[in-house]
Design a protein. Structure first.
Length: 69
């Protein structure tokens, strides 16, 4: 399982981005759809980085979801 420790600045930045995203869409469902698309885009970028630079990124598959603290 991966545990991500976010500092106060990173948490504030994520919160600010979430507020902007929620304000952009008319319904919670549209917001969730946008978040899912954004997540897929990030995953694709991480996989591409891991493929190009395996010494920097290690990808493993664990059924346990990550915990963000």
């Amino acid at each position: 399982m991966g545990i991500y420790h976010l500092d106060a600045e990173a948490k504030a930045e994520l919160h600010f981005e979430a507020i902007k995203l929620i304000a952009r869409y008319e319904s919670p469902l549209e917001t969730i759809k946008a978040l899912m698309a954004y997540n897929c885009e990030l995953e694709t970028q991480i996989l591409a980085l891991a493929h190009r630079h395996p010494e920097l990124v290690a990808i493993s598959f664990d059924p346990t979801p990550p915990v963000v603290e």
